[in-house]
Design a protein around this ligand. Structure first.
Ligand code: SF4
Length: 282
């Protein structure tokens, strides 16, 4: 039996986009994380980079909302402070040939591009940052999530945007661009009493944004689709492992006998083994 630290299992009826995505990617991991409440043994530097950049973006737009106008120097300094002050012990560099400086430079560069290409020209209004949604979809399912930024364009159109630090842009499939931001837009329509909104993704490494239109009919479809997927996850009794490249970033890969972790991407598993010793399969 595993000796992994645990936190409380996620309440049975609360479904975030991440929870559903985890079920889609590997039901065995989903079971460990969401049903058994086990804590992953490491977090990847990619996720740390994403969180640090998101914190800076939130600060930038909050400052602007308060009447300040942070410039590139102040924004990069804020990133530097966040990167150095909050270095978790369980942080893993999965790609063993990389060092932390690689990711530090990527973070600075992403923000510089965002400042010059977007932030300095952005005249939209910010209505909310990290806005939490909790929408009952049935007596068994509640959709929960946080939208990075909700605002209005200069023409008054409601929008919801999600910032991505991934290397590649998504496509329109359900667990890429098809569901997450559009679902937040569906919730925003309800909250702000609007008939339509834009749901967007901004890819910080690539400097591009993709937008989707969400009206009331589309919102109902999206929420119904999410409910059906969540009910399928709730009702299943089978949790097969789906090993693949993402095993390298899975914080259970040192205890999972199905894991497929190439040596070049073994930084997380090695750190977990060093910190926690050997464990049997849960
Ligand atoms: S290591 Fe791979 S197969 Fe095992 S739980 Fe994680 S993602 Fe699933």
């Amino acid at each position: 039996m595993s000796q992994l630290p645990s936190h409380r299992p996620t309440p049975k009826n609360q479904f975030s986009f991440s929870r559903l995505k985890s079920f889609d990617q590997c039901p065995f991991k989903y079971r460990l994380r969401y049903l058994k409440g086990l804590k992953e043994a490491f977090r990847s530097i990619e996720s740390y980079l994403g969180n640090t950049v998101h914190d800076v973006l939130e600060w930038m737009y909050e400052e602007r909302r308060n009447g300040a106008s942070p410039d590139e120097t102040a924004i990069v300094e804020r990133f530097d402070e966040g990167w150095r002050e909050d270095w978790p012990e369980d942080l893993a560099i999965v790609r063993i040939d990389d060092g932390p400086d690689t990711y530090f430079r990527v973070g600075r560069e992403m923000l510089k591009i965002f400042v010059s290409d977007v932030f300095d020209k952005d005249r939209s209004e910010t209505l909310a940052l990290e806005e939490r949604y909790s929408t009952p979809l049935s007596d068994r399912i509640v959709f929960t999530g946080f939208a990075d930024r909700v605002g209005r364009t200069t023409k008054g159109k409601l929008f919801v945007i999600d910032y991505k630090t991934s290397k590649r842009a998504g496509d329109s499939t359900e667990f890429s661009e098809g569901l997450q931001a559009p679902l937040y837009a569906a919730c925003a329509l309800e909250k702000y009493k609007e008939d339509s909104a834009l749901a967007g993704y901004h890819y910080l490494r690539l400097g591009i944004s993709n937008w989707h239109q969400v009206d009331q009919a589309r919102a109902r479809q999206l929420l119904e689709r999410f409910k059906n997927l969540a009910e399928a996850a709730l009702d299943t009794t089978e949790f097969p492992a789906k090993p693949g490249i993402l095993c390298a970033w899975c914080g259970f890969n040192h205890i999972c006998t199905f894991a497929e972790v190439p040596e070049a991407f073994s930084g997380g598993r090695k750190l977990a083994q060093e910190n926690m010793g050997e464990f049997s399969t849960p």
